[in-house]
Design a protein around this ligand. Structure first.
Ligand code: HEC
Length: 222
């Protein structure tokens, strides 16, 4: 076996041990295991896994190592047992508080053509990017939007006919802005990236996406 294969193998062994630990305790709840000794052992193992993850990568360009650090929501949602309803509610409340509503109080003013460009672009955030300003939303990786676009993912629901089907009440407009800014405010364990909160997209870019979803002239609503 080559030397290179050893690191991933070691990680696999540690992860397997971690999972075996979970099975032994019947459920995964760090710090709340059946015995205090087992809880400490789980935590020590988890700390070692995190350390190994941190030392396995190096910061390059704009890709700094803070990307390795999971926040409270990511930790809860990547645990083998999903958070209970009360935890979900608390996490969502915290995420809701991070949403920045339009600075001028107005959700309109975007250009759907710009929105289309952002929705289809999957680039940005890679270490070679000089600045994050050229980021795209990668929306088509998960959603169908313009029915004329043949390549669309299905991880998220189809957004074809978004405003045509849902209208443009204040409630739906506000919800959509919030969802684009921080999807986890509405479903803590959502797979959708937190575009505004995560500084993937700017306020102006989110405004263009709003136009793409709501403008009657947008192909999404044809
Ligand atoms: C990695 C997959 C993924 C990407 C990328 C993604 N989404 Fe989503 N999106 C989802 C999922 C999954 C849902 C369903 C609700 C949930 O679990 O959050 C969703 C829900 C939504 C909703 C609410 C739909 C409803 O019926 O309530 C909107 C609007 C939306 N996404 C727009 C976008 C836009 C615009 C982009 C690009 C900036 C985008 N999404 C990128 C996965 C994704």
């Amino acid at each position: 076996m080559s030397k290179k294969a050893i690191a991933p193998l070691a990680l696999t062994v540690v992860l397997a041990a971690l999972l075996a630990g979970c099975v032994k305790h019947g459920h995964y709840a760090p710090g709340a295991s059946a015995t205090p000794a087992a809880g400490a052992a789980d935590q020590a193992l988890e700390a070692r896994v995190e350390e190994m993850m941190l030392t396995s990568f190096k910061a390059t360009g704009i890709a700094s190592l803070d990307r390795q650090v999971r926040d409270e929501v990511q930790k809860a949602c990547s645990s083998p047992v999903q958070p209970d309803a009360e935890t979900m509610r608390r996490l969502e409340e915290g995420q809701m508080a991070t949403i920045q509503w339009p600075s001028n109080g107005d959700f309109t003013g975007g250009d759907w053509k710009e929105g289309a460009r952002i929705a289809i672009s999957g680039r940005g955030l890679t270490w070679t990017d000089a600045s994050p300003d050229n980021n795209g939303g990668g929306c088509y990786n998960c959603h169908a939007m313009d029915p004329g676009e043949v390549s669309a993912g299905t991880i998220g629901p189809s957004l074809v006919g978004y405003a045509r089907l849902r209208g443009n009440s204040e409630e739906i407009v506000r919800y959509t802005w919030g969802k684009l800014w921080n999807a986890k405010a509405y479903n803590a364990c959502s797979n959708m990236p937190r575009n505004g909160y995560g500084k993937i997209l700017t306020e102006t870019q989110i405004r263009h996406l709003m136009a793409y979803l709501f403008d009657p002239a947008s192909p999404v609503n044809k």
